[in-house]
Design a protein around this ligand. Sequence first.
Ligand SMILES: Cc1cc2nc3c(=O)[nH]c(=O)nc-3n(C[C@H](O)[C@H](O)[C@H](O)COP(=O)(O)O)c2cc1C
Length: 167
Amino acid sequence: MPKQTPTNNEVTFPEDNIIVSKTDTKGRITYCNELFIQMSGYSEEELLDQPHNILRHPDMPRAIFKLLWNTIQSKEEINAYAKNLCKDGSYYWVFANVTPSFDEKDNIIGYFSVRRKPKQASLNIIKDLYTKLLQIEKSSGMEASMKYLQELLKEKGVSYEEFIISL
Ligand SMILES: Cc1cc2nc3c(=O)[nH]c(=O)nc-3n(C[C@H](O)[C@H](O)[C@H](O)COP(=O)(O)O)c2cc1C
């Protein structure tokens, strides 16, 4: 499906609501709740079976998604901030928790994601970080932005997870 050119129009959702989706092991959407559909601007039919990157916003650094996939494929959960692209080019920020789902033999059978509205103060820090990561990716590639992120965490003496939770 062709994507709209991103606009500066931000859309938000209430603090007590959650945006939920499930994917198969490849990241194709197998379930989304009503708010997911509403925020995305797509219909449920347009979303189901589509790769989750249907919501990918060009302002998002690739390093964050690399970290996300590395973590969930290692059978661990991750928390991450994401700027998502709507069908009409608008955007919305989320604080996402993504977890693997397992069968009885501990094989990954898919992934589950719950997104909340981020706090403004945390978002201000994340926006600066993502701008920097994106800038590095444009000039030197994703390995360089990943290295920058790792160095930053080392300097702070925290893991990625500890950093995210501290915001
Ligand atoms: C359960 C789950 C939820 C995801 N949610 C989002 C999301 O809300 N927005 C997004 O851009 N990518 C999300 N992703 C990551 C995408 O699969 C994809 O890696 C990302 O959009 C970057 O696209 P690319 O891998 O084609 O570069 C999610 C992945 C999983 C497994």
